[in-house]
Design a protein around this ligand. Structure first.
Ligand code: GLP
Length: 236
């Protein structure tokens, strides 16, 4: 595992964007695993800048996002599909039909999970997976539980996740209680993993995840078993 301590969120964002940019330059038809949350916003802003300056071309890229709230359609401004469209996809030249987010409105979520995993398999897996980390150690929406779950699956969100994500909603009651998330299989099979975390409040869970026991009660701890993980952390 490569651990990089950045001096600021701006530096973290530039470093993370450089790693993704390098991936796209080396393999223009890369499969990018993408994430939502506030952590990747700076990374996306840098990728947009690179694209605008003519340094990056996303026309052959395919993206697969980690997760989506159950019950929110893509035009709902709280959905992760909306987040990705607004903060990245509409501002670069990735073809929209090559951007993938699990469908949180699928009637049969188990079937949707299967479809999503088959899609990832048919693409040959993920080249680089960008991850944030939740305060409870979740990656995607893989919450602490007594087993690591492999397939893309529906989850009930932990109260701490609902509390943390309430800042994006008008009221905490509006935060969906369920989500669908890529499971550990697709994440662990990604050729590279890039985990970004910022803020002093992430320090403890990051240390637990990277240096503590590997346990599904700290979902991100599974990354200790991945052969190519880069972690970028900034305390500010
Ligand atoms: C959400 C997302 C995760 C994300 C996490 C941390 O719940 N499902 O993918 O990593 O929160 O978010 P933030 O970067 O805003 O701290």
């Amino acid at each position: 595992m490569k651990f990089i301590k950045a001096n600021s969120y701006d530096e973290l964002s530039r470093l993370a964007a450089d790693i993704i940019a390098e991936q796209v330059k080396n393999k223009p038809d890369s499969i990018l695993g993408l994430a939502t949350g506030s952590s990747p916003l700076g990374t996306y802003a840098n990728l947009i800048k690179d694209y605008e300056e003519g340094k990056l071309d996303f026309s052959s890229v395919t993206t697969v996002n980690l997760d989506e709230y159950v019950g929110l359609t893509g035009d709902n401004d709280q959905s992760y599909r909306y987040f990705m469209n607004t903060n990245l996809f509409s501002k670069i030249n990735v073809p929209m039909d090559k951007t993938n987010v699990p469908n949180g409105c699928a009637e049969d979520l188990e079937k949707e999970g299967k479809r999503y995993d088959e899609l990832i398999d048919s693409l040959g897996g993920i080249d680089i997976q960008l991850l944030g980390i939740g305060l409870d150690g979740h990656i995607g929406f893989n919450e602490p539980e007594d087993v690591f779950t492999g397939p893309t699956h529906a989850v009930t969100l932990d109260q701490s996740t609902i509390d943390a994500n309430a800042r994006f909603f008008e009221s905490i009651d509006d935060v969906p209680r369920k989500a669908i998330t890529m499971g550990m299989k697709a994440i662990m099979q990604a050729k590279k993993v890039l985990l970004i975390a910022n803020g002093a409040n992430k320090k403890e869970i990051l240390e637990k995840s990277l240096y503590g026991p590997i346990t599904p009660f700290v979902p991100a701890s599974i990354l200790q078993l991945h052969p190519d993980v880069t972690v970028i952390y900034s305390e500010n």
